[in-house]
Design a protein around this ligand. Sequence first.
Ligand code: NAP
Ligand code: HSE
Length: 432
Amino acid sequence: MERVAVGLLGLGTVGAGVAKLLTERSDLIARRSGRVIDLKHAVVRDLAKKRSLTFDSRKLSDNPRLVVDDPEIKVVIETMGGIEPTLGLVMDSLANGKDVVTANKALLAEHGCEIFAQARKYGRAVAFEASVGGGIPIIQALEVGLAANRVTSLAAIVNGTCNYILSKMTQEGLPYSLALKQAQELGFAEADPTLDVDGTDTAHKLAILAQLSFGATVTTKQIPREGIDRLQPADITYAGELGYVVKLLALAKSAGEGLELRVAPTLVKRGTPLAEVRGPYNAVRVVGDAVGDTLFYGRGAGEFPTASAVVGDVIDVVVGRAALTFKALNLWSTDAPTIQLASPDAVRSRYYLRFSIADRPGVLATLAKALGGHGISIASVIQHEPADGSDGHVPLVIMTHHAIEASLKSALAEIDALDVVRRPSVCLGVED
Ligand code: NAP
Ligand code: HSE
């Protein structure tokens, strides 16, 4: 049987999972790919670090050039993460005639155009199934299975860390910091977990999904984003009272004004499929004009779910399928037509609002008048009796009917300027 040498950059959570799958189930992988895949060399930063696997020390180094410049290695598997020095190593691997498999969504979201141009220049392929949704084959689904569709909208939970934290806070009342610590210990979080909790990782993944679903080349900066790092437990509780759960959603919608993209903590109606996605699980709801509603669900982070996607890509590459798809799709191409992005102000949604208001006569009416003055209609209100020891301010929660974001922003600015309101007010979108 033909032997194909592959090299691995990174032996952390994902890289270790890849190494284990490649070695422990080499027979199955050989049967599925028709080749013996030989993990020739792996690269780490710290050779002294304790690892979750035993790895032949003769095949391990801290010098990435031993992979990138080895003519025998045909496929470079990049699980190092980050932009530098990773970008240079990926570009050089392609220039050296190697195909690249990567789990690095930050790299693709920020440098997709350069990387894909380099791959085309040298006739190589880049495969990136693990970059979105961990073990869920969403990239393959969008590239192949749904290729006959115009995607009209997409709503996704694509950060396992955030979904784990939100699930723990909602179901078990765990404090945010403890839930984050657990997500880190379980290997779900990025090396810098700020990227998870501030919504950047979800925006990276949305940039990739937008490329595949809508042909839109967008950078992370172009995606309005908010994370869960400023979310308050009170809003999870009030959302629950209203029959909703809070999820960090990546949203994309093809609208008259252009493509709407956003990442934000959002109220999702309890009992709907996305609301029931818990822990490190991810889900991507894709609506296509031919297929209708589809939902892709599975583990979105962690060693083996992610390694499953990476090794699937390695098989796809060595068999030659990845090259065909890569060439046909021409992703991140500068020749592709520019897709107009809609202004965030044009977004139309229902909103959840929480105000801290002075417990005095007429205040509720003042707020209702301010909202009404901007054409915003109230769907429901929650105001509880003041708690013992209240300082004269009480929370007021309002759910609106559909409203335009620009009108909502104007109304909130007017309300936040009132002396009966303690700033800042909270505003979250709602997906019914
Ligand atoms: P990780 O545990 O931090 O592993 C990174 C690995 O790369 C480590 O082995 C590290 O070496 C090595 N490394 C980092 N910088 C290096 C350098 N300059 N030179 C040589 N080696 C270097 O990260 P991870 O969680 O496996 O994530 C890796 C990639 O997969 C990231 O792009 C991440 O976004 C993506 N991803 C992760 C998951 C997940 O669930 N964790 C899921 C999907 C995608 P040392 O071990 O010596 O420090
Ligand atoms: N940190 C990421 C997450 C890893 O929690 O979803 C998977 O991409």
